[in-house]
Design a protein around this ligand. Structure first.
Ligand code: EAX
Length: 318
């Protein structure tokens, strides 16, 4: 009997080793070519290596588990455990994040990193906890630029009446209304809607415009850099609370390292994306009249209230 028991134990132990104690289901809306995915993959590599696969990570890409608003809701219910989410759609659940989405707020990556990795950024990430979420770390989508299929956009008045797809975000809708567009909130991806002219244009960082081949369906690009678009490693608070302290620390360490890695990747390739868009025939206005856009969006500041206003005032004072 004893012999039989020890045989079963020998047989079972490798299987037990293979079985991880924790599995993280991670959701993103973009494809494996995207920086969102590269950041998720880096996070997965670090967590699985440093936990000896006691934690495993499954990445669900290309909106396979829903759009960013749905991923956030699933994180709140611990139906998913992690996501790499664009800051825009987060503002419905964590309103204070609007402070870093204000138009023309940042004019350099140095300023971005100082704010997002400093006291204000940390405070915004802490605000996720009151919505059953953990805001682990900011990473980078990039400065957003407008594209459209109708006409060149040099100044704000050129946007008048264009149907511009925006993220599912109250602030982004307000920005494009103020500029004079007809903003249409729509979850990502949007290639088909652009190709069918359901919408005239959209706005995204150069990396996204290029990685999704939007040059095939958008003729004009203006380098407005009108909003700095952060991404966030967001997690389920219930899942985080269920982890031993060593693994809680590991998730923060892995999201920080993956974020720093992704920001560098994104910034190192910026020139490549602009050249590729030119090569693929986009008509690019590299020096649009930014003051005409700034004039239109300046009044939006008076609509900020509460903590978002507090953080925005602090950023503007720096
Ligand atoms: O890259 O929905 C959006 O426009 C976001 O930028 C998303 O990250 C897609």
């Amino acid at each position: 009997m004893k012999k039989l028991f020890s045989c079963i134990l020998v047989f079972l132990s490798p299987l037990v080793l293979l079985a991880s104690s924790y599995n993280i289901q991670l959701g993103i809306v973009t494809t494996p070519h995207s920086f969102h995915y590269m950041a998720a993959q880096k996070f997965k590599d670090i967590v699985e290596k440093e936990s000896n696969r006691d934690i495993t990570v499954t990445i669900h890409h290309s909106s396979s588990v829903g759009n960013e608003t749905s991923i956030l809701q699933q994180l709140q219910m611990n139906a998913l455990q992690m996501g790499v989410i664009t800051a825009g759609p987060v503002d419905k659940i964590v309103p204070s994040i609007k402070a870093i989405e204000f138009p023309f707020l940042f004019d350099s990556f140095k300023k971005v990193d100082t704010i997002l990795d400093g006291k204000i950024g940390q405070s915004i990430l802490n605000d996720f906890k009151s919505s059953n979420l953990i805001g682990y770390h900011f990473l980078e989508n990039g400065f957003r630029n407008i594209t459209n299929s109708k006409r060149p956009i040099h100044m704000a008045s050129d946007v008048k009446g264009l149907k511009i797809r925006v993220m599912n975000s109250q602030l982004q809708i307000a920005i494009w209304k103020a500029i004079g567009a007809n903003p249409t909130p729509m979850p990502w991806p949007i290639y088909t809607q652009l190709s069918q002219h359901v919408i005239d244009g959209q706005e995204n960082p150069l990396a996204v415009i290029d990685q999704y081949k939007l040059y095939e369906v958008q003729k004009y690009l203006s380098l407005t850099r009108h909003v700095y678009s952060a991404l966030v490693f967001v997690g389920s608070k219930a899942f985080y609370d269920s982890l031993p302290a060593k693994y809680q620390k590991l998730l923060y360490k892995a999201t920080k390292e993956a974020s720093i890695y992704e920001r560098k990747l994104n910034r190192d390739k910026a020139k490549y994306f602009l050249n590729d868009l030119k090569k693929n025939g986009m008509i690019i206005d590299e020096h649009p009249d930014l003051n005409s856009f700034k004039e239109k969006v300046k009044p939006l500041k008076s609509r900020f209230t509460g903590v978002a206003k507090k953080y925005l005032d602090e950023i503007l004072a720096q």
